[in-house]
Design a protein around this ligand. Structure first.
Ligand code: FE2
Length: 374
């Protein structure tokens, strides 16, 4: 008797092919000043602009870029606009996590057919440099994903924007690309959003952290990381867990007035250089106590970097089966305790710094206590 077996390797079709993060758009109170901050503090370059001078009546947007990291800073011109409402409600925050695709229409149709709530129907915008197709769907809170198809475009950003440079002489600090973007959602909602990314977006669950992994004496949180087919897009989703006191996720949800983007992790190839430049330019980071470094080498094993440099810059290290990573977190970059940045250098490790969670969350709690929110 013969047995026919199917070839064991099944080719799984990626239902939503993504080329990477296209851009991240913030709605802010004052885009002109925010653009200045990102240039002088983070070393971004101004590349494009849209606003009243270019025929856009209701908003002003500054596009800033460093390698593959592209941010759009948008402010309202009119008090009754959706942008002004968003800023009123959330403070400065991320409105759009834009995803670079080969087919915006198909990405939109497919995700909507699988249950996504549409935010903007597909449209084609054109100028003398070609055409860009865009379409958007809703994700957690008021955040949206915009699919951007730009294969027939060779302008600086997209139609509607003009090229704009600045007189500012700023050197980049070595930021390379967006490594991951983290969302905070309400208690009990994490699994719903994981399911959304799995079922609607075709992502896979990569990692799970429960409140045992991520707890301090006072508070806890839970987190699951989802990743798209090629692994270029990683979205950890956090929710608060029961603790003795208010967790950092509760604080975020209270001050952001709902779910939203908590932090954006940006990769560098030289974290020592990047962080010393950021510090020199006034970027503020969370501080872990000296004791963190006392038994670090025993925990981590050999690393290429000099321990004294890491200690001086307050950079954290963690190791997994594949290698190690170096990371550091800024303080929130606005007055509400909401959005912040992570700077990360991966040396083989594909994880997220689980070994640092406790030290980090205790550092966050010290800041929370100073704000009167613990
Ligand atoms: Fe992170």
């Amino acid at each position: 008797m013969t047995t026919n077996t199917l070839a064991s390797e099944t080719i799984v079709k990626d239902i939503l092919p993504l080329n990477g993060t296209d851009h991240i758009e913030f709605y802010v109170g004052n885009a002109k000043q925010a653009a200045h901050f990102y240039q002088t503090a983070f070393g971004f370059k101004l590349v494009a602009y849209a606003g009243p001078e270019t025929g856009v009546r209701d908003r002003a947007s500054y596009v800033i870029q460093q390698e593959k990291v592209r941010l759009v800073l948008t402010t309202a011109i009119n008090p009754d606009s959706e942008i002004a409402q968003h800023v009123h409600q959330h403070g400065d925050g991320v409105k759009v996590l834009a995803l670079w695709v080969d087919d915006a229409e198909e990405s939109f149709r497919g995700t909507v057919a699988r249950g996504a709530k549409p935010a903007m129907e597909p449209k084609t915008i054109t100028d003398e440099f070609g055409e860009v197709k865009v379409a958007s769907i809703h994700t957690y809170g008021e955040t949206i994903h915009t699919f951007v198809e730009r294969k027939n475009y060779n302008g600086v950003f997209m139609p509607g924007y003009v090229e704009r440079t600045s007189e500012l002489m700023v050197e980049p600090v070595g930021l390379k690309y967006v490594d991951h973007c983290v969302g905070n959602v309400e208690l009990g909602k994490m699994n719903d959003w994981v399911k959304f990314y799995e079922d609607v977006m075709g992502f896979k669950l990569l990692l799970t952290f429960d409140d045992e992994d991520i707890s301090t004496e006072y508070s806890a949180l839970m987190s699951k990381v989802v990743s798209n087919g090629n692994g270029y897009i990683k979205f950890p989703i956090n929710e608060p867990a029961e603790g003795k006191k208010k967790s950092q996720i509760d604080e975020y949800l209270e001050f952001y007035r709902g779910p939203g983007v908590q932090h954006i992790a940006v990769a560098t190839n030289d974290i020592l250089h990047t962080v010393s430049e950021l510090r020199r330019r006034g970027v503020e980071f969370l501080k872990v106590p000296e004791v963190y470094y006392e038994d670090l080498l025993e925990r981590i094993g050999h690393i290429d970097e000099d321990m004294a440099d890491l200690r001086k810059l307050n950079i954290l290290v963690d190791r997994d089966d594949e290698g190690y990573l170096l990371q550091i977190f800024t303080k929130p970059v606005e007055d509400r305790p909401t959005v912040f940045y992570e700077i990360i250098q991966r040396k083989g490790a594909k994880s997220f710094g689980k070994g640092n969670f406790k030290a980090l969350f205790e550092a966050i709690e010290r800041e929370q206590a100073l704000r009167g929110n613990l």
